[in-house]
Every structure is written in structure tokens, then in C-alpha cells.
Design a protein around this ligand. Sequence first.
Ligand SMILES: Cc1cc2nc3c(=O)[nH]c(=O)nc-3n(C[C@H](O)[C@H](O)[C@H](O)COP(=O)(O)OP(=O)(O)OC[C@H]3O[C@@H](n4cnc5c(N)ncnc54)[C@H](O)[C@@H]3O)c2cc1C
Length: 406
Amino acid sequence: MKQNNVLIIGGGASGLAAAIVAGRAGARVTLLERSDRVGKKLLATGNGRCNLANTGAPVYFGDAAFARAVLAHMPVSQVLRFFEGIGLPTRPDASGRVYPACNQAAAVLDVLRAQLDALGTRVVTQGEARSLRPENGGWRVSSSRGDFQADQVIVCCGGLAAPKLGAADAYPLLTDLGCKLLPPAPALSPLETEKAPLKGLSGLRLPAVLTLCGDGAPAACAQGEVLFADYGVSGVCAMQLARDACHLLRAGKKPVLYIDFSPALGLGSYVMGRQSPAVPGENRATLKRWLDLRRQTLPGDPLLGALPRLLREKLQKTPPAELPGLLCAYPLAVTGVRGFDQAQVTQGGIDTACFDPATMAHRRLSGLHACGEILNVDGDCGGFNLQFAFATGLLAGGHAARAGHQ
Ligand SMILES: Cc1cc2nc3c(=O)[nH]c(=O)nc-3n(C[C@H](O)[C@H](O)[C@H](O)COP(=O)(O)OP(=O)(O)OC[C@H]3O[C@@H](n4cnc5c(N)ncnc54)[C@H](O)[C@@H]3O)c2cc1C
């Protein structure tokens, strides 16, 4: 049986998974990576812990139906079995986020690289693929390290987020072959807001509930830790609203972020336990009741006293009657979303329509595959992006190795 010659472009999460599976299935694998080493971004994921999957219900955007179809063919249990099989035990936390049991992103990269070595995979670094074209029933790839020929090609070049960690515009590799590109934009990125209400708050970090409204109507809600910066707000829960903020800004729908500080005031369990998005008015009534109760039992101004110092100083001059309202719905007009250099993931990308979610193979161009973030799929925080990258890499690697032999 002829051994397939598989070229993988991009040595990130999806490319590494694809290379290992293809090598194990008997293919001769070359991995082409434009940076000086593979897997740079993996080391920075999950704050150095690498949140590599999520056992909960999938939360995807862009072509979410395609993402669900991929995960039907390569469920999270199989992704975790793959890691277990290469020597990386994993563990989910209470919310379903899966991390390596040792909590080290470096361990994830170590086991992936050890597998490449064990399989004798040819890894070509500082090799940027520049064009891709069909030739003699296979593919020719021109790169900064010369030309390569392969029976099967897997494009795993990621999106535009985090250029310092290797992201580069590789979309032309696929658009030149007729694939459609949906405009890429930063997702999971900090929000830029009007500056005056932020004055004095930079550096403040506290739990809150965020409601993003467009033209006064609630559009999205997130809760968790918020970090104030001099340009706006950051932290996972603010970043989760970037996608909706982008859409509202594009539609000219004046986005305003309302920050509900009640979790920082000890009302967290009430707010966190609610099913529906936080409605500022409803929280205001609760906060007022809570405040009345505290006023009966504590001397001075109990409300301000319960706040972190920076917020307390900021609100000191607010008339007492306005305080509950401000603390439940502190308004910040959103003026933008931070760029790709601060984003964790890209929304938009190559249209999934011409790829098969069972194999990641192009439906018309035989021997071509695409995986991971380069596609028009992005996931919520919590491991969904790496899970999609690994799942697509595993599917494509297996298919590319077996193609023509079934
Ligand atoms: C700071 C940070 C933290 C994150 N944390 C998490 C997390 O905890 N959980 C999670 O699920 N997601 C996380 N993400 C998102 C996740 O890392 C990405 O979605 C995922 O890595 C995408 O995998 P990929 O293989 O598609 O692309 P990448 O991992 O980006 O890999 C693409 C590779 O292709 C190379 N390349 C690009 N163009 C070319 C070319 N022309 N020729 C050759 N090589 C090329 C790049 O150098 C890169 O190595 C995080 C992202 C960032 C930036």
C-alpha cells in the first residue's frame, strides 16, 4: 500500500494534532511552521494552564452548526482519550473546563512534541507557506524554505489573533483556491469605553455582572471578574462581550456596558444564581432592600464601606439616593474593541461550506483540508477554541493518511 505524503501547514494546536494522527496512521508527514518553533501559542493558553477542552454543551459562533457537526464526529471524550494516549492525563474543573492534570500548558506542548519526535515527523520551522496549488494529482506548496510536494495538504494556520504568538494572514492560501472569506474581526478581546467614568479606576479588579445594551436594549450578559484599564474594561467576562460589541458598533447601535457591582457587595449569590440576563432595574430594587437592611444594622455609610478602595473613592461624592442605581448599572459607552494584538481568537474566517465536517476535507479539491481557527468558527471562553482546533486536526490527520486507501 502506498504511503501518503502529508504536508501540514502551521504547527499550532490543530497542526500538531493532525501531524501525530497522520503519522500514527502510517503517513509520511512534513510539518511546515513559519515561526522558529511549533506550539508557541499553546504555552500562553489558559493563563499558562492550557484550558484544552470543555465537557459542557458546546458554545460556538460563526458556523456553529459546522462546529457541532465536527464534535459529533470527534467528541470531547475522544479528544481527551487522544491526550491520555500520548501520556497527558487531564482533569475537568467544576464548570467543565478541562486542563492537564498537572495544570501546565508546557506539559501539553511537551507531549505533543515528544510524539512528533517518536514518529520521526519532519518539522520545518521558519518556513512560511506562500502559495498552494494542485499539481500532478497532488499539491505543490511554495514557502520561504523552498517548494514542497505532497499527496495531501492540511492548512492549520490559525486566525489573526495574537500576532506576537505567531498569528499571520494565511487566508490567501485558501481564498486563491476559491474559498470564501468571511471578514475576520477580533473576538474575546477587551472593550474600549469612554474615558471619563473610568478615571481613577484603572487597576481595579472585582467580580461583577456586565450587561451590554445596544440602543437601550439588552444584547448580551456575562459575569465574572472585571479588570479596569485606562482604555476600558478587560477580564474574561468583558472579553466575552467583544463579539456582540463589534456587531452593535457595525450596526451603529450605540453600545453601552452596564456594570452591576452587586457581586462585590456580597450580593453575588443572588445575582449569580439567576437564570436570565441581569436586568439593572431588578437588581436595583434588591440592592435598595439590602442597603436599607444594612443601614439599620451598621453605622456610617455601609454601602460605600463595603466597596473596594478605588471604587469607593470614585463614588464618594455621589448623592446617596443615586448610589444603588449606579452600583447596579454603572454605565460605560463602548467605543470599540481592542485589536487582534489583544484578542484571544478571531471571528470570521474561511467559509466552512466547502469542507466536510467528518473529515475536514474540501468537498471538490481532492487532498485539501483545513482545520482550526482559520475557519469561520470561534468558541466561547472555556476551552472551546482549542477543543475545535484539536478535534478538526485529529479528523483531518486521520483522513489525509487514509485517503485513497479506503
Ligand atoms: C493568550 C491566549 C490564550 C488562549 N487561551 C485559550 C484557552 O485556554 N483555551 C482555548 O480553548 N483557547 C484559547 N485560546 C485560543 C486558542 O489558542 C486558538 O483558538 C487555537 O490555538 C487555534 O489553533 P490553530 O491550530 O487553529 O491555530 P494556532 O494555534 O494559532 O496555530 C497556527 C500556526 O500556524 C502558523 N502559521 C501561520 N501562517 C503560516 C504560514 N503561512 N506558513 C506556515 N505556518 C503558518 C503559526 O505560526 C502558528 O504556529 C487562547 C488564545 C490566546 C492568544
